[in-house]
Design a binder for this molecule. Sequence first.
Ligand code: GLU
Length: 414
Amino acid sequence: MSSTFTDAKGRLEPAIEYADVSADTLERLRLPKSVLKVSIPVRMDDGSLKVFAGYRVRYDDTRGPTKGGIRFHPDVNADEVQSLAFWMTFKCAALDLPFGGGKGGVAVDPKELSTHELERLSRGYIDAVADFIGPNVDIPAPDVATNQLVMGWMMDQYSTITRRIEPGVITGKPVAMGGSLGRDTATGDGAWHVIRTLAPRLLDGDGPWTAAIQGFGNAGQALATQLHNAGHKVVAVSDSKTALYNEEGIDVPAARQAKADGALEADGAKEIDAEELLALDVDLLCPSALENAIHEDNAGDVRARTLWEVANGPVTAAADDVLIGNDVIVVPDILVNAGGVTVSWFEWVQNRAGLPWSADEVRERLEEHMVEATEAIWSLRDEHDIPLRTAAYAHALRRIGEAVDARGSAGDYK
Ligand code: GLU
């Protein structure tokens, strides 16, 4: 059976020779620290009881408390959550955040729940995992189909259970409950900093570029807005129901408004097949939805010059090989989408200090952090002539290795 987790771990292999880490480090990273599976009973509005499966995985906490979002999606399963927690471990290390990696999820289609059912599910999730999270232990955040509202309920529930106000237990909260300014657009904004730093080098010039964005959720919308505002052309966008194409460029603000009003639409755009979007001849292809969107069978169709992994794990390992063979440059998720968790870190710092930052301060620090990590990974790629993904993993692995060695005792046995 194919496993996203096996695929995810395979990405580490080529990076090992550039990271110079101990055998202890690699052994530590072989298995997750803990995998929790819970059942969440929810009283539905019609009076019936439904039980949902929930997960929380802490992959590695050598560099700090584990950190990562919670997703609500019908396909959530242990293999997926474990992979996502593995990616968070490397993402946090790549960005030098004082965190390890974790992830959570509930197998549910949130669109089928009323707001009250969703609240009971969110609070029920925290009832089930409360003993395993905490501001110094494991810190959840939003992910696919969870948002500020859900994070607010979760933080409130955790505070009720522990009988103290604990804003630092969850990030991505509403600003009125201790959330950070700029967290809502941070993933897309961070991706934009990576693109504006690297795309001129990869595409020989400043554009204007054409972009196709698969997935018009939180990250896809914020990135589309940045591209649009900077004068580039977003020629295609899609969500789970439709894919739209306009050679002249989609009116991004109008498409966002239509999506907020209920359905993704754009004047002058024609509907295309979801797979067609991935095969468009564009400068930037930005898969921004779920993992494994580009796989062995459709990777050969990709005609974009560069591919930016705004989603977690949108390109399988087999697809990576095809893309490399076809000279499509892939910029990896653990760098491209790290803006979200970076501003989550800022939120956690603000909560601990009790001192909120201005929007400008968040913006400036995010930019500085994203550009620094991008340049470090780019230099490693140049130095060894390796793919950016290998460079990103090597960069992160070095940092994890230093932390493992710093607390380890392997040297005493030599
Ligand atoms: N879910 C986001 C990610 O995959 C954010 C995680 C966080 O803020 O902790 O990076």
